[in-house]
Design a protein around this ligand. Structure first.
Ligand code: HEC
Length: 327
């Protein structure tokens, strides 16, 4: 049992210590302000309208893609859900067509809808030469469609920090990496030092406490990863909300609603029939619950997730190399 908790503890440590692999510093003037078309047919420019100073998650897809694109988009859709109301405000997803000569805004809109993409997720097409140049600048330089990268490029235009992250590995890690691009973001368990023996025990104890509390007080209305019951599915809630907000909400949801907290108001409207009860929990209980919710999110994602869906596509449409256009 303890061993299990240790594994969870180490996983948290691994996430907090997420070391960026390939990293780049790209100031805003690095990017072309490419004119593009959104899935709604709106004309936008890459830097001014799409990035617009927001943290960005960029990947490449094409509608005829026989293998990896759909899976990558589905996995991105999960991250999208976890990022919750940050989407569009602080963070944008940018899925750029690799075959802009074929992929129309209407078709991209249908694709976006199939994955539940809402505000803050752009599916972009445009002039093939312009898109090819942008693609090249963003590091997607494969010559064959089947070789295109299945990872994502994540970055913060305000800090100039950009890196690649996997979409096929642990999605909690990927989500945490995106959130960590905001210099003000506080990781869910920042204060737990799980490496030292004593605090590891405390960590395990907290998890047990949290689990007990959850089963007694919350499980009747909430699942973690099994979908909506009376209230929202709490898988990923430690990522989609700030820790501070989560603590306050668990302790006194009634007060936050009365004070007009925008998230509490939105949640109340989305679940009109029943209200999240105010149990009068103290800070320790709330902390135990928050930690348990985060551990369960990690566990469900599979800390040692099998290397899902190796990329093995064999279509052979040639991709124009943008450097060819620079005569
Ligand atoms: C009687 C059913 C019920 C119980 C019991 C309950 N909740 Fe809730 N909870 C809800 C509902 C319904 C909402 C949505 C907001 C609303 O309508 O008030 C919610 C919302 C939440 C949210 C916000 C989710 C989000 O997406 O941000 C969290 C976190 C939460 N509950 C945690 C808990 C915890 C922890 C417990 C146990 C201590 C608990 N809830 C017990 C019904 C319940």
């Amino acid at each position: 049992m303890i061993r299990g908790f240790m594994l969870r503890g180490l996983a948290v440590a691994a996430i907090l210590a997420t070391a960026p692999a390939a990293q780049a510093r790209w100031e805003l003037d690095y990017f072309p302000n490419t004119p593009l078309l959104t899935q709604k047919g709106e004309k936008v420019r890459f830097v001014d309208d799409v990035l617009d100073g927001r943290i960005a998650v960029v990947n490449f897809i094409y509608l005829d893609c026989p293998d990896i694109c759909g899976l990558a988009t589905a996995r991105l859709a999960k991250v999208y859900e976890w990022l919750g109301e940050r989407m569009g405000e602080e963070i944008v997803f940018v899925s750029i067509s690799l075959t802009p000569e074929r992929d129309t805004p209407e078709e991209l809109a249908a694709y976006a809808a199939a994955f539940g993409a809402g505000p803050g997720w752009y599916f972009l097409t445009g002039d093939p030469e312009e898109v090819a140049l942008l693609r090249y600048k963003l590091g997607e330089r494969s010559k064959q469609l089947s070789d295109h990268r299945s990872d994502m490029l994540i970055g913060n235009p305000l800090t100039g920090e950009w890196r690649r992250s996997s979409l096929m590995g642990n999605l909690v890690t990927a989500t945490a990496e995106i959130l960590a691009l905001d210099p003000d973001w506080v990781p869910p368990q920042a204060e737990v030092k799980v490496i030292e023996g004593e605090t590891l025990e405390r960590f395990a104890a907290r998890n047990r406490e949290g689990e007990g509390l959850f089963i007694k007080g919350c499980a009747a209305c909430h699942s973690i990863g099994d979908g909506v019951r009376v209230g929202p599915d709490l898988e990923g809630v430690t990522l989609r909300r700030d820790r501070d907000w989560l603590m306050r909400y668990i302790m006194s949801p009634d007060r936050m609603l009365a004070e007009g907290d925008p998230i509490a108001v939105t949640l109340d409207a989305a679940y009109p029939a029943v209200r999240m009860p105010a149990f009068g929990l103290g800070e320790n209980d709330a902390a135990d619950l928050v930690q348990y919710l985060h551990s369960e999110t990690l566990r469900l994602e599979g800390v040692a997730e099998p290397a899902a869906a190796a990329h093995d596509g064999h279509t052979a449409h040639d991709l124009d190399d943008p450097s060819d256009h620079q005569h």
